[in-house]
Design a protein around this ligand. Structure first.
Ligand SMILES: Cc1cc2nc3c(=O)[nH]c(=O)nc-3n(C[C@H](O)[C@H](O)[C@H](O)COP(=O)(O)OP(=O)(O)OC[C@H]3O[C@@H](n4cnc5c(N)ncnc54)[C@H](O)[C@@H]3O)c2cc1C
Length: 429
């Protein structure tokens, strides 16, 4: 007999529980007054498990946790997690204001376990328009009705088209690494991408003397292996006042500005670059068998299998010529892309989508032609309109607070008034 599907109504329903909707769920829980449900396809909270490398560190201060910058008194803070686990002193001595990614995932799990609003193992299949509400339907048949959606289903790993059909044990996206665990010891390995993921994968491949590759080729299309700009004035791009300034610019200007800011988010942490450089130097003077080549200004143009090996075509931008390289394993660290979520297809015709993505209002709600009391909020779908911090953890608590204020129709959380040293416009004397 077919099991009867359940239908319940909530004030708000979140789709996906990564850090961003987890922040929303935590702040909603402490604000009270809202019934919420959050669905995630995973069996429990996991943070990019394919790249959970042993030495990986958080790229921001732990104060940029789920709640603190919007509600410093929240019980769901990282400091409260450390306190609860009895390691607040040792963590501060070991890490200062930093955290390993592994410990931050444990913190996220600790918060998630306290939130009754989250339902795991629920893959959202579709969002349709019901009678005065959205109907969110999961593969399991579970359905939730709501007037307010929060989309937090994340981005998808991006592979160049020519690599998609070869994805497997020898051709990987960085997000596959710890699940596939390709055989790299004593083999010819290429890492594609000069950003943080590429550097973390290279560091991982070099970490164990007993299982080094035979050769390591690290390719970047940039002019070098460049550091992330973590300097004070650049960091103000990751503060609330900059979001409002960025939104006020024309779409053309925003695209130019975003392009010029890339290294503030896509560069490599300087400490990791130093570590890799020193490691390669030490391997060289030890006279070991590893051959390494770090090639900048090269773009991988094609890839094909020849017998057991992979032949990679590269374009050398300095000399404007094609080159070839034969390897056994290629790890593409080529980032993540947003795309229109499959579950939203039933509403596609009603949602405004421009060439550069959704049209997103100040409160992170989407422009659409449905009833104005039905709202769709987005987390990490608004880089083109709200700026470089959008896919980053820096503003996650603040953005969740702004969304909740909009849902509640009152200033539950203080989201305006934080100062910045940089003036985004000259103003009047
Ligand atoms: C390896 C890595 C490390 C990073 N480290 C940092 C850092 O240190 N600092 C920083 O500022 N930023 C960092 N980022 C960038 C960003 O903060 C993270 O990508 C962050 O996880 C984004 O959160 P999210 O909630 O948007 O999406 P995700 O973390 O991708 O979570 C999305 C969730 O949605 C679920 N989902 C998707 N579709 C469905 C569906 N149909 N039904 C149900 N559930 C669904 C998925 O299972 C997933 O759990 C990092 C990114 C990566 C890839």
């Amino acid at each position: 007999m077919r099991e009867e599907s359940t239908v319940q109504s909530f004030d708000a329903v979140g789709i996906g529980v990564g850090p961003f909707n987890l922040s929303l769920a935590a702040l909603a829980q402490s604000a009270g007054g809202l019934t919420t449900r959050f669905f995630d396809v995973k069996p429990r909270f996991q943070w990019h498990p394919g790249l959970m490398l042993p030495e990986a560190d958080l790229q921001v201060s732990f104060l940029k946790d789920l709640v603190t910058l919007a509600d410093p008194t929240s019980a769901y803070s990282y400091l409260n997690f450390l306190h609860h686990k009895g390691r607040i002193y040792s963590a501060l001595i070991a890490n200062g204001l930093n955290s390993s990614r592994m410990e931050f995932e444990q913190y996220y799990q600790w918060v998630a376990e306290q939130l009754p609003s989250i339902r795991w193992d629920q893959s959202v299949k579709s969002v349709t328009l019901g009678d005065g509400c959205f109907e969110v339907t999961c593969e399991s048949g579970e359905t939730a009705r709501t007037t307010t959606l929060a989309l937090g289903s994340g981005k998808e790993p991006h592979l160049p088209d020519f690599a998609v059909g070869l994805r497997g044990g020898q051709v990987l996206h960085s997000s596959d690494l710890m699940q596939v665990r390709p055989a790299t010891s004593g083999r010819r390995v290429m890492v594609v991408g000069g950003g943080q993921s590429g550097a973390e994968v290279v560091n991982y491949l070099l970490s164990d003397d007993t299982s080094l590759p035979e050769s390591l080729t690290w390719v970047s299309s940039r002019a070098g292996f460049l550091p992330m700009d973590d300097s004070p004035f650049t960091n103000e791009w990751f503060a609330p006042s900059y979001v409002d300034h960025f939104r006020s610019l024309s779409a053309e200007r925003r695209a130019v500005v975003l392009g010029s800011q890339r290294l503030a988010s896509d560069g490599v942490s300087e400490s990791l670059l130093r570590k890799i450089y020193r490691r390669l130097y030490q391997l060289d003077i030890a006279g070991g068998p590893l051959r390494h080549r770090l090639v900048a200004n090269h773009r991988v143009a094609d890839l094909r299998r020849e017998g057991e090996a992979l032949v990679v075509d590269l374009h050398d931008a300095d000399r404007n010529r094609q080159e070839h390289c034969t390897v056994d394993v290629v790890v593409f660290c080529t980032g993540y892309r947003s795309r229109f979520p499959d579950y939203l297809e039933p509403l596609r015709e009603r949602i405004t989508v421009r060439a550069d993505g959704f049209e997103v209002h100040e409160d992170y709600s989407l422009e659409w032609d449905g009833p104005s009391d039905l709202r769709i909020y987005v987390q990490s779908f608004a880089e083109n309109s709200h700026g470089i911090a959008d896919p980053n953890l820096s503003l996650s608590a603040w953005r969740s607070a702004r969304i909740l204020n909009s849902i509640l129709g009152r200033e539950q959380f203080r989201v305006n008034g934080a100062t910045s040293i940089t003036s985004w416009a000259l103003g009047q004397d």
